[in-house]
Design a binder for this molecule. Sequence first.
Ligand code: SF4
Length: 316
Amino acid sequence: MKNNHRNDEVQIRPFVEDLVINWHLIEACNYSCKYCYAAWNKPDSSKELHRDQDGTARLLNSLYDFFRPSNSANPLAHIMDWKNVRLSIAGGEPTLLKERLDFVISKAKQLGFKVSLITNGSLLDAQRITAIAPHLSCLGVSLDSSNITTNSLIGRVSQKGNVKPVRDVVETIRLARKANPAISIKINTVVNAINMHEDVSVLISLINPDRWKVMRVLPVISDALSITAENYREFVTRHAALSSVMSVEDNQDMVDSYIMIDPLGRFFQNSLGGSAYLYSSPIQEVGIAAAFAQTGFSPQKFAKRYQNGLRGEFLP
Ligand code: SF4
């Protein structure tokens, strides 16, 4: 039988379990990291969408409808496949919100999203993490150092000057696993001018995360704590023993390749070399397809991110 197929011409479409939509629900944070990216054109926080339950529900509806698998009106559907849509709730610090965070989680799950939470972990006491964890498929916790002085210098400290001991964050993660044995744990570390010489292998090994995302500080909002590519490489090399869980993202990997929504309900993208983000119009005003088309988002780069083993949650 004649074989008309030529293997070298076969294009394999990327397939991922979860397409990740990052919703930065709130700008405020109880920490003040000097490299913090969470400054969205100084929006009026009174207009943040979480304050409007109906608006929040409408946005989540639009997102699920647009990004659900096999919606052919979505430009991504032409180049890749995915099984689930995961809403990654980030901030600022989303756990500053209580009932509103609970509403977003439950509404998202009701619509069909998987849900993950990205947090600095400092506000999750035993009761709160035990209540939230069963609803999450993934808990992402930002940890830059086990050293109190380092964390304090970075700005990972409350307004009263309190630094949460890392052992408390480790305990929070233990409780999350206890409440939900299936939960995936991700640690985010931003390599910056203050922690770049450290070795955090013991801490990461102790936590034993499913994934450890190591990012080079992104000079989007300011150059505070920025480092060279060489500094970053040295940090990664120092932790080579953890390469089986480590996911490395240099600055270029972080541009035009995340699906991100700001607290006002606009898509936005990082812009390297610029001092600001690129924003769409509010999704609720122009419709989701038009807003998504405005951001300069690159479906090809996004698909490549997954092909390269990276994932879609933005930091920390
Ligand atoms: S914990 Fe995250 S959101 Fe809060 S200040 Fe630091 S980088 Fe920004």
